[in-house]
Design a protein around this ligand. Structure first.
Ligand code: PLP
Length: 463
């Protein structure tokens, strides 16, 4: 069904019944799906269509991923062509699209990287942990570097190790005991500094704590630190400009690898191709997913600096090769679609567009939303924006969860899909926005208007 197709309420009812009877959905409570669901049948640009004919401005780009927007039918043609040529062969061999995609990524990273292909962001980080540990075995034979330093409230994926690396309590507690050896340090969530310090006057205490943690753990035990440059799911935490360069200096000082999670941040989302490029740092390991293919098919990757890659070279008898494999890695069809997705991003200058439209949205939000006392903070970079809601700006007490959910529901009822931060009790009161990078000014205006009305209605409810 495209945007012009007729709604089909009977078919929709059948799909809902069939789904509720047979399908288990992620993260949403099934009971809620009985009364409110989207049965997506089409999409174009930033808009999705429900089988009942409703259209929604999708200000989340799915799950922060449809960067080039919906309805790019040329990608379907590329997938069909590649499937007719060769649909699959394991990546222990080579194929054209994966080689080209590796080259594109290396070029975007400045030419000093190799790419290992996987299927999801979780897997990309998981492979990153393993690359860091294996690298340490090769390079520091007398040491035992197996620990990863991670940050509180981070999200790095859904597998046991990536969950352990993450710091979102609500996502973790059902799965104890956790995997691996992950040491958590406070994150630069400056609006609510975990160290109780004032932004701009803190001397980057949270970055300094990373050094103290490495020293306390013993540098000879630490393999890497993982950071998402701009923390997304926790409510869009943009670090101070000095933070990431300081983290990088600490990594270099102690021979600890810098593992950057660009699963959401990457591919134009923040106004540059990769978010770490805002800060002039150079990752040793980088996880990418989502925007690499704008979610048209599954593919993701762990990108490693050549100094790391070279550690995996040697004679066959040395067994230094990457000691992992996945069936679908470097899938030719996904890779072919990803190659064209990246070409489209470059041709249409989508990272630059994200910077421009992000600035437009930010200005509109600041202009309109601060008139409501419940708007605590508006922050972001490019088209990754968080609007933190509080009971009042003075106290910064978090807005009650039901009211925050009410904002999300109001927006949906008015044709706009917005997200809400996770992170447990401390950080779940932020409306998060991550629209397709092709969002238009008119759509930005609609988003501002609907959020303005949603906050107005929320304040009215509170009085
Ligand atoms: N890292 C970050 C920062 C993410 O936001 C996500 C998912 O949203 C992941 C990793 C995991 O990616 P995936 O869901 O593709 O496994």
């Amino acid at each position: 069904m495209s945007l012009t197709n007729q709604p089909d309420p009977e078919a929709r009812r059948r799909v809902v019944a069939q789904d509720l009877e047979n399908v288990m959905h992620p993260i949403v409570q099934h009971r809620a799906l009985e009364t409110s669901q989207i049965v997506v049948t089409g999409g174009q640009g930033s808009t999705i269509v429900d089988a009942d004919g409703s259209t929604y401005l999708d200000a989340m780009a799915g799950l922060w991923c449809v960067n080039i927007g919906y309805g790019r039918t040329e990608l379907a043609e590329i997938a069909a062509e590649q499937m007719q040529q060769i649909a699959y062969y394991p990546h222990t061999a080579m194929n054209l699209p994966a080689a080209r995609l590796g080259e594109q990524i290396n070029t975007l990273m400045g030419g000093d990287y190799h790419t290992y292909f996987v299927n999801s962001g979780s897997e990309a980080n998981e492979a990153g942990f393993k690359v860091a540990r294996q690298y340490a075995k090769h390079e520091f034979p007398g040491q035992f570097r197996f620990k990863t330093i991670a940050r509180h409230y981070a999200y790095h994926g859904t597998t046991l190790a990536t969950l352990a690396a993450g710091g979102m309590g609500e996502r973790k507690t059902k799965f104890e005991p956790y995997a691996g050896e992950f040491i958590h340090v406070p994150a630069p969530t400056c609006y609510r500094c975990p160290l109780g310090l004032e932004s701009g006057k803190c001397g980057m205490a949270c970055a300094k704590l990373i050094e103290a943690t490495i020293q306390a753990e013993g540098p000879q035990t630490v393999a890497e630190i993982i950071v998402e440059p701009i923390m997304s799911a926790v409510g869009v935490a943009v670090p101070p400009d000095e933070y990431l360069p300081m983290v990088e200096r600490i990594c270099r000082k102690y021979d600890v690898l810098l593992h950057v999670d660009e699963v959401i941040n990457g591919f134009g989302r923040t106004g540059k191709m990769f978010a770490h490029q805002h800060y002039g740092i150079s990752p040793d390991i980088m996880a990418i997913a989502k925007g690499i293919v704008s979610a048209y098919l599954p593919i993701a990757a762990t990108v490693v600096k050549n100094k790391v890659f070279e550690s995996f070279l040697g004679e066959v008898a040395e067994a230094r090769q990457v000691m992992q494999v996945n069936t679908y890695g470097g899938h030719p069809v996904s890779a072919a679609v990803a190659v064209r997705n990246i070409e489209i991003m470059l041709e249409e200058k989508l990272p630059e567009r994200a910077a421009t439209m992000g600035a437009y949205l930010m200005e509109g939000f600041k202009d309109r939303l601060f008139r409501h006392g419940i708007t605590g903070d508006i922050r972001g970079k490019g088209l990754l924006i968080g609007i933190e809601l509080v009971t009042d700006r003075e106290s910064k007490v978090q807005l009650d969860g039901a009211l925050v959910q009410g904002v999300v529901d109001f927006c949906k009822a008015n044709g706009v899909i917005v997200g809400r931060s996770g992170g447990g009790t401390r950080h779940s009161n932020t409306i998060v926005l991550s629209p397709p990078l092709v969002i238009t000014r008119t759509e930005c205006d609609m988003l501002i208007e609907v959020l303005d009305k949603a906050l107005e209605a929320t304040v009215a409810k509170m009085n």
